[in-house]
Write a protein that binds this ligand. Structure first.
Ligand SMILES: *[C@@H]1O[C@H](CO)[C@@H](O)[C@H](O)[C@H]1NC(C)=O
Ligand SMILES: *[C@@H]1O[C@H](CO)[C@@H](O)[C@H](O)[C@H]1NC(C)=O
Ligand SMILES: CC(=O)N[C@H]1CO[C@H](CO)[C@@H](O)[C@@H]1O
Length: 504
């Protein structure tokens, strides 16, 4: 990595409590921050208490869920992945855990950025369905063919179930250097399955064949670790239930507004305890989703700008460059300094399952300022973990790392609890609070959703009608001279020669 020290030291006046001048040794580094990869499909053809499903088994009770903690590895920058055995005899591959898409796909051919792939010719149980399939994500895409085979998730106690597998034959910006996974496990709803929603998702197949509850939960333990470090941070994907050891306190649930992505309703954002005061529909434009396959917290542009302004205002640091907020520059401090004191907390309010209440996820700066791998011995460098988006608010890995997130599909709701591993240097960096009243916000912050698809169809029909009209006119015009020629041959209408001249 090539470094350019563009800015030196800054003097920052801290006015909180005392008027002392503090020398704030901030450096900006233009170390090339590779655009974090994201995996949100584009143009998708467009409360229990914890005990209910927990691991705490009565003696002799039937195991009706598939719990295995610590079965994930990875980091927020390159994703968390699960080891899977595919085919007969089994071939071992790592797959990225992605709650923002719905296809299960693995490399089916060699690629420079991966070490292994699934060789269908070596699996006696593989059945090709002979259907072409491709998925485009916000970044990256692939094309391949659809088939079926048996899989085993050794560290998830899933044994020999048959699932749809897409084998990736060609891809673009999908596999990137340094990743340690060779496939993707899309855990969202079949509505987003490609080429059509009739392709049963991995999790639906699992629920059907193993008869487990329709719920999974996810803990990712990379807070405070370099975003693209050794890639060995732990995590847990619990298939079929909730594991009590992975969280503390109460689980708060928010309704799933529509079953495609895990779409939720964001009511309010606060920076340092101050309401941004934007119309709440802005937070859900055009959707707010929970997506483990997106690295950062992504905010609609207007919200992003408001958050950055609020942070600049509250941190009293005027000297961050635009490139830092844009994610292409790092902020570096001497090892002995920690910047946390100068930055406000960020809170996201979600509607509770009791719709007249809300609860709020709070993340401290330790979560949205992410350490990068060592750039220089004496410095610690951070990148801004929030980025703008043109079409969604995405609660990505950066935020999810603070929480144990429960995808309760059976009850159509997403649960959040403080994760047991959300600590940096011994202090917990995430919190959940509530309940709050929703009197100050509109009763529905999602107005685009029910209209989105119909409007596209209306436009489509309108265009088709116009095309039809043009076609009819053309046919009419083409037939006209012939009719008139016939007439003129019969000597009825001499004027037709004029028309024929024009058509020659
Ligand atoms: C999985 O089950 C199929 C048939 O149900 C069997 O042929 C195959 O050997 C099994 N594979 C493994 C790895 O157990
Ligand atoms: C929902 O929340 C309101 C306000 O806190 C409360 O008065 C009401 O009893 C709650 N309803 C249910 C069904 O819990
Ligand atoms: C929802 C969505 O992302 N729609 C995009 C589909 O693709 C067109 C053109 O490629 C974009 O303009 C839309 O925004």
């Amino acid at each position: 990595m090539k470094l350019l020290w563009t800015l030196g030291y800054f003097l920052v006046l801290m006015g909180i409590g005392c008027d002392a001048q503090i020398v704030f040794p901030l450096k900006m580094s233009s170390a090339m921050v590779k655009q974090p990869w994201r995996l949100v499909p584009v143009n998708s053809s467009q409360q229990h208490e914890a005990g209910g499903l927990s691991l705490a088994l009565e003696p002799g009770a039937k195991i009706n869920f598939l719990v295995m903690v610590d079965n994930l590895q990875g980091d927020s920058g390159r994703g968390y992945y699960l080891e899977m055995l595919i085919g007969t005899p089994p071939q071992k591959l790592n797959v990225l855990v992605d709650t923002g898409s719905s296809n299960f796909a693995v490399a089916g051919a060699p690629d420079p950025d991966i070490t292994t792939y699934f060789d269908i010719t070596k699996s006696s149980t593989y059945q090709s369905l002979d259907i072409d399939v491709g998925v485009r994500y916000t970044q990256g895409s692939w094309e391949g063919v659809l088939g079926m085979d048996v899989i085993t998730v050794h560290k998830g106690l899933v044994d020999n179930i048959t699932v749809s597998i897409a084998t990736i034959l060609e891809s673009k910006d999908f596999f990137v250097p340094g990743i340690n996974w060779q496939g993707i496990l899309g855990l969202a709803y079949n509505t987003l399955s490609k080429p059509s929603s009739s392709v049963e998702t991995f999790f639906d197949s699992l629920v059907r064949q193993e008869n487990i509850p329709n719920i999974f939960s996810l803990q990712m333990c990379g807070v405070g670790q370099p975003v693209a470090g050794s890639g060995t941070n732990r995590g847990s994907l619990v298939l079929g239930g909730i594991e009590p050891s992975l969280y503390t306190g109460k689980i708060w649930y928010t309704p799933i507004k529509e079953e495609w992505y895990y779409q939720v309703e964001v009511l309010k954002l606060e920076v340092g305890g101050r309401n941004l005061n934007l119309d709440c529909t802005v937070y859900n434009a055009d959707k707010a989703i929970v997506d483990s396959g997106t690295t950062l917290l992504r905010l609609p542009q207007i919200v992003f700008d408001a958050v950055v302004n609020a942070i600049i205002h509250l941190s009293l640091i005027k000297d961050f460059t635009a490139d830092f907020w844009a994610g292409s520059q790092l902020a570096c401090w001497n090892k002995a300094e920690t910047p946390w004191l100068y930055f406000p907390d960020l809170s996201i309010y979600l509607r509770d399952v009791n719709t007249s209440r809300s609860f709020c996820l709070t993340i401290q700066p330790q979560m949205y300022l992410q350490p990068m791998l060592k750039v220089e011995e004496t410095l610690e460098c951070y990148r801004f973990g929030i980025s703008p988006s043109s079409n969604a608010l995405v609660i990505g890995a950066t935020v999810m790392e603070g929480f144990y997130v429960i995808f309760d599909r059976a009850e159509k709701r997403v649960g959040f609890a403080v994760s047991s591993c959300a600590e940096v240097s011994g202090s917990v960096v995430s919190a959940i609070s509530g309940p709050f009243t929703t009197k100050d916000v509109s009763s529905n912050c999602i107005f685009t959703s029910p209209l989105r698809e119909p409007i596209l169809w209306i436009i489509c029909y309108a265009l088709m009608s116009i095309c039809g009209l043009i076609l009819l006119t053309l046919i009419f015009l083409l037939l006209l001279p012939q009719r008139q020629r016939r007439h003129s041959i019969e000597g009825v209408n001499d004027a037709s020669s004029l028309v024929r001249h024009r058509w020659k």
